[in-house]
Design a binder for this molecule. Structure first.
Ligand SMILES: C[S@@+](CC[C@H](N)C(=O)[O-])C[C@H]1O[C@@H](n2cnc3c(N)ncnc32)[C@H](O)[C@@H]1O
Length: 179
């Protein structure tokens, strides 16, 4: 039997106000100096999908409204809560003081592979993603509670930042959902 594809109206998505009122996934995203407006918009779209609590835009990371963010966010800048903070390291420290565990998503010595990473029950997480060329700043990595790495087996050194956000947010969302 063929699987009939669903129409948009059958997907039962939330309105902006329903999104705002919905219980959020206890994950915060931090973008550390992300340069590409299309990447920023893609991160918003993914964050909307998994009811992410908040996105912090840091350093040179551009802020909505901007037409090139909108191209890939497709309206998700209206649903997902966001804030601009210039200094990523200071933000990491202030979130830690509020009780969040902050993980840089990077390739680093001693990193935990994503498939081995298990969020602790009741833990509030923040995950930091870095610049397209320089990655997450070393001082941000150093200030973090740990580093999560996405295993790669092919020939390329790294993934696109918005792709890595999709991989990590889905993985953490699914693990938290399973409890
Ligand atoms: C294109 S990569 C940056 C590569 C850069 N050469 C570097 O030194 O990190 C952009 C961002 O995507 C994320 N990323 C890409 N591939 C990753 C992987 N395999 N594991 C963890 N994070 C990754 C990281 O947050 C990284 O800062």
């Amino acid at each position: 039997m063929a699987n009939r594809k669903l129409k948009n109206a059958e997907l039962d998505r939330k309105s902006i106000s329903e999104f705002k009122e919905a219980e959020k996934t206890p994950i915060t995203v931090i973008l550390d100096n992300v340069r590409s407006l299309n990447n920023i918009g893609s991160v918003f779209r993914t964050a909307d999908a998994f009811l992410i609590k908040k996105i912090y835009l840091c350093g040179i990371t551009a802020q909505p409204p901007h037409k090139d963010i909108q191209k890939t966010a497709l309206g998700a800048t209206d649903t997902v809560d966001w804030e601009y903070v210039e200094d990523t390291t200071a933000l990491v420290k202030s979130l830690q003081n509020k009780g969040l565990k902050v993980y840089s998503v990077e390739q680093a010595e001693g990193a935990v592979m994503l498939d081995d990473f298990q969020p602790e029950r009741g833990e509030e997480l923040a995950v930091v993603f870095g610049n397209e060329v320089k990655g997450v700043q070393q001082e941000v990595v150093t200030a973090s509670d740990g580093v999560i790495e996405i295993p790669q087996l092919g020939s390329k050194h790294s993934l696109n930042i918005s792709v890595s956000t999709g991989v990590v947010l889905w993985d953490l969302f699914a693990k938290l959902k399973k409890g």
